[in-house]
Design a protein around this ligand. Structure first.
Ligand code: NAD
Length: 511
């Protein structure tokens, strides 16, 4: 797998090519970007970075694959469903292979990579039931001999632009639904861990998807910009940081596209005094340091009521002492960060924290990793008494840094969460059902956990935040996803009848 998609560049390293029309394609651009194995700290390959012309060529292929009576846009529901079922079986049978590729380029530990694949597969399974979700509705005899029915039809060519932190799952939030509803797709994955995209594309081909229905174009801003302004791209699904999400939303919509742009996050976990503090400590560690904190649903702030804050900090610190940071292919709990530059950026916040008056309880820079010396390591870090004026509190750090902010009351905690510009995920830990119920009603966040730290909705609900965590009206997957990738058409029909209504220039009324 992927042997057909690589050629050898001048460095001697393989170059990962685009996948267009069912085959590897080098395109015309000579630009490439480095791809690392973060646990080794070594470049393992390069990835082609598309020119606008390369994007144009891929969109043309996707457009041709959509069009005409034999195009994917006119394919039968049964055919689409068969491909989705076959793809699901193939990924399921080879998920370990996919997880290994993912770990080698992202760095997350293998069990976490397998979890990512499993959550992506949920959406494929959801898409297998697309006939039920797109069957429309029919009203008979709304007026004498007149029927009205609504249809959901595909948009055409859609673009998916994904981030580095979930190279399999995030594209799977979108393309199964886009394809199962009859669209053709151009995926622009993150250039930091791009191989998973080609692997999935090849498997879709193996599953029977016609050439050109799913295409992968690798690249950076140049490729993204080309998709955003392309007249033949009907819609864009984007996931990434908030500034880029805002830019993508504004640029795409101003070019007439339907856009959903999911952005960054700063997720708070509010701990009330009656909570089970062992459950709290486990949850804070799992949600703070899983995937080295490089999750948009990671908990990065624990809001602890003063009376229990010392105990929360102590229990979290104890658990952190048992965590092994190292190569995800071994027995480590937590892997490296994605690049050296990102590791250094995250580590830089630890100096900011102490300057701003926080207590550095556990310093991840002192970690002794179970892995290669040059890996992009930063161990789990715990900060206490973080001032809410510090950039450590206000910025999305996107690394293994957990901040404890002490609050006097539920109301103070809630006000902090609702004051954040982000609104992706949040959680409350309590044994008081009334408090939890009040929280779910009052908190201004799109995904809420009650004694659950990472409340990622299942595939038949929809995923998305509020405020600066989502630009656009539609969340990812679930019925939002189906609506996003289809447009509804309402048909009012009357078949000839021996009688006729005669001339009437008034506005149609139902009789
Ligand atoms: P990113 O914004 O740097 O990149 C995302 C995508 O945008 C990539 O494909 C990248 O190539 C492209 N891109 C980067 N710079 C660009 C530019 N200037 N113009 C146009 N396109 C550009 O994000 P990342 O670092 O890959 O991923 C981490 C971010 O994604 C975090 O902020 C995280 O919270 C967010 N994220 C959000 C969700 C969510 O569901 N809300 C899920 C996963 C990740």
């Amino acid at each position: 797998m992927t042997t057909t998609t690589t050629t050898h560049g001048s460095s001697g390293l393989p170059v990962l090519e685009h996948y267009v029309g069912g085959a590897a394609s080098a395109g015309t651009s000579t630009r490439t970007g480095p791809v690392y194995d973060p646990a080794l700290g070594e470049q393992t390959k390069s990835v082609r970075l598309a020119s606008a012309g390369d994007v144009d060529a891929a969109v043309a292929v996707a457009k041709a694959a959509f069009a005409g009576p034999r195009g994917w846009g006119s394919s039968s529901t049964a055919k689409r469903q068969q491909v989705m079922f076959a793809f699901r079986e193939l990924v399921n049978a080879r998920k370990d292979e996919l997880a290994a590729i993912l770990t080698s380029e992202h760095g997350k530990v293998l069990s976490d990579a397998a979890g990512e694949v499993a959550r992506g597969l949920e959406v494929v399974e959801f898409a297998c039931g697309m006939p039920h979700l797109t069957k429309g509705s029919y009203s008979e005899n709304v007026s004498t001999d007149v029927d009205v029915y609504s249809l959901k039809q595909a948009l055409g060519v859609v673009g998916v632009i994904s981030p580095f932190n979930f190279p399999a799952m995030v594209p799977m939030w979108f393309f199964p639904i886009a394809i199962a509803t009859g669209n053709t797709v151009v995926l622009k994955p993150s250039e930091k861990d791009p191989s998973v995209a080609n692997w999935m594309a090849e498997l879709l081909t193996e599953a029977g998807l016609p050439d050109g229905v799913f295409n992968v174009v690798h690249g950076d801003k140049e490729a993204v910009d080309a998709l955003l302004v392309h007249p033949d791209v009907a819609a864009i699904s984007f996931v990434g940081s908030t500034p880029i999400a805002r830019y993508v939303y504004e640029t795409g919509t101003s070019h007439g596209k339907r856009v959903q742009a999911l952005g960054g996050a700063k997720n708070h976990m509010l701990v009330l005094p009656d909570a089970d503090l062992d459950l709290v400590a486990d949850a804070a560690v799992n949600a703070g340091f899983g995937s080295a904190g490089e999750r948009c649903m990671a908990v990065s702030v624990v809001l602890a009521i003063d009376s229990i804050a010392d105990e929360v900090v102590a229990r979290v610190r104890d658990r952190m002492g048992k965590l092994v940071t190292g190569d995800g292919r071994g027995s480590a709990d937590m892997g490296p960060l994605i690049t050296a530059a990102h590791r250094d950026k995250v580590a830089g916040y630890l100096d900011v924290a102490t300057t701003d008056g926080a207590d550095l309880v556990v310093d991840g820079r002192e970690v002794v990793p179970d892995g290669a010396a040059d890996g992009f390591w930063l161990g789990p870090t715990l900060l206490d008494k973080v001032p809410t004026t510090s950039t450590v509190y206000t910025d999305e750090i996107f690394g293994p840094v957990l901040s404890v902010v002490r609050v006097a009351s539920y109301d103070e905690g809630l006000a902090l969460i609702n004051g954040s510009p982000y609104g992706n995920g949040t959680a409350i830990f309590t044994n008081d059902g009334g408090a939890a119920r009040r929280f779910q009603r009052e908190v201004e966040v799109g995904m809420v956990g009650i004694n659950v730290p990472i409340p990622v909705p299942v595939a038949y609900h929809s995923f998305g935040g509020w405020k600066a965590s989502l630009f656009g009206d539609a969340k990812a997957y679930g019925t939002h996803g189906v609506d996003f990738f289809t447009r509804e058409k309402a048909v009012t029909s009357r078949w000839p009848d021996p009688s006729h209504g005669g001339i009437n220039l008034g506005f149609p009324q139902n009789e």
